[in-house]
Design a protein around this ligand. Structure first.
Ligand code: ADP
Ligand code: MG
Length: 430
């Protein structure tokens, strides 16, 4: 109701402000999983277990063997904008972590009934546990308990105080779980040096493990020699091993016989350099800045590097998919995964353009059973060409020269598919 004489604008109470913000970060159960997975990766974990009950609505837990959280950090853990990662806005250009907003844990707590954190660092002889409600710790001091080094976060009754969301996802528990599994699988593909487990509790079968990459021999070997791999990161042997492991993970999570069919290619400029740089923003400092002035220059060279794993155009999905298989969630039937500077992001224009290439190759074959392609892209650009701070969910990014990059990758894909028959064994990375 408005009254022209009285003032109508009032500041929202803080808890309402926090609730609104939390809703943007935690849109659905899978958003929590993505954020918490990224926290585990930021903490240097090499083993991450995701456990899901009722599509993540009743219980979600993520355990890692990362660095752990100091008990003195626990009081602030679920407070919005509390982060150990970003200190000033200047840090954006050199950011090497997924997180920087300090919102995920806080938001998760704001939209769930109970958040429990159990954690231990190498510097502490015991672990500590703390429960949170509405972003606030429920006791003055964290309680000592037992745990190996690392962190476990348990989220209970997600959206219990956001009835419309709870309702929205209640009838779609399987669908939500499929989304969670898919995100875990995508990270598993991109991080062959980390073991991922995704499991769920079911009424009929009890505990069901759907993804378990640390049991894959190539991953096991990588995990065992991770320290060495880190040390000789640019060693060809290591790269080949990572490459092998990636292929095996892909066929583990997608389709058993996929490995033999996969096509691999690289494209872009500065490939070697860019692909090997590990920072999420790449080395913007040492590389020449590509700016708008350079665009007008004849010598302009598009700076990007892409590694692409994809199925051939006639790829036939004849093997039944071993993962959760509910109607429209057959993972082997069409999948586009993009990591941009190690971040899992959405770039609809690239997806569309690459899928269009496949359409060109498959029309006219008269084979209606031909599967949609599986395409995995690992794209790197100089950190200065991408803005990750576009949306709280961090799924959207602003990418400079997007059209040119999409065009270049699409062209390379077309060339590869034209010369099909090129399979994995013959196209190893240099
Ligand atoms: P951000 O990742 O943007 O910093 P989050 O809300 O996701 O914000 O996490 C807040 C802080 O909690 C992190 O900065 C980190 O210090 C700590 N943290 C969260 N999860 C973990 C984890 N699994 N292992 C170690 N530290 C963690
Ligand atoms: Mg985070």
């Amino acid at each position: 109701a408005s009254c022209s004489n009285a003032s109508n604008i009032a500041l929202l109470p803080q808890h309402v402000i926090d609730q609104i913000a939390a809703g943007e970060v935690v849109q659905r159960p899978v958003s929590v999983v993505k954020e918490l997975l990224e926290n585990s990766l930021d903490a240097g974990a090499t083993h991450i277990v995701v456990h899901v009950e009722r599509g993540g609505l009743s219980k979600l837990s993520i355990s890692d063997n990362g660095s752990g959280i100091s008990p003195t950090d626990l009081p602030l853990l679920a407070t919005r904008h509390a982060t150990s990662k970003l200190k000033t806005v200047d840090d954006f250009s050199t950011l090497s972590t997924f997180g920087f907003r300090g919102e995920a844990v806080a938001s998760t707590s704001m939209v769930s009934r109970l958040l429990t954190v159990t954690t231990r660092t190498v510097n502490h002889p015991t672990a500590y546990t703390q429960c949170y409600q509405n972003g606030r710790p429920m006791s003055d001091k964290p309680k000592p308990c037992a745990r190996t080094v690392g962190t476990t976060l348990v989220v209970q009754d997600l959206f219990y105080n956001v009835p419309h969301r709870q309702k929205a996802y209640q009838k779609r528990e399987n669908e939500e779980y499929a989304k969670i599994l898919s995100v875990v699988q995508q990270y598993a593909v991109h991080y062959p040096t980390v073991g991922f487990v995704c499991q769920r509790s079911t009424l009929k079968q009890g505990l069901v493990v759907d993804c378990y990459t640390s049991q894959i021999p190539a991953v096991k070997a990588l995990l065992q020699s991770r320290e060495a791999a880190k040390r000789d990161g640019d060693d060809v042997h290591c790269r080949n091993r990572i490459h092998e492991a990636t292929k095996e993970i892909l066929s583990h999570v997608l389709e058993a016989n996929l490995m033999k069919q996969l096509i691999y290619f690289e494209c872009g400029s500065n490939r070697e350099e860019t692909i090997l740089s590990s920072s999420k923003t790449s080395d913007a400092v040492t590389k020449p800045l590509v700016n708008s002035a350079a665009t007008n220059n004849n010598n302009f060279q598009l700076e990007f590097a892409a590694q692409v794993y994809c199925t051939p155009p006639n790829h036939n999905n004849n093997q039944s998919n071993k993962t959760v298989n509910n109607n429209n969630n057959n993972i082997a039937h069409g999948k586009f995964i993009l990591f941009l500077n190690d971040r899992l992001v959405d770039l609809a224009s690239l997806k569309r353009a690459m899928e269009d290439v496949y359409v060109d190759f498959t029309t006219g074959t008269g084979n209606s059973k031909v599967s949609k392609p599986v395409v995995v892209v690992n794209l790197r650009v100089p950190g200065t060409q991408v803005d990750v701070n576009v949306h709280p969910s961090k799924r959207q990014v602003a990418l400079m020269f997007q059209e040119d990059i999409v065009e270049a990758i699409t062209k390379a894909l077309r060339q590869q598919l034209e010369g099909c028959g090129h399979t994995f064994a013959t196209t190893m990375p240099p």
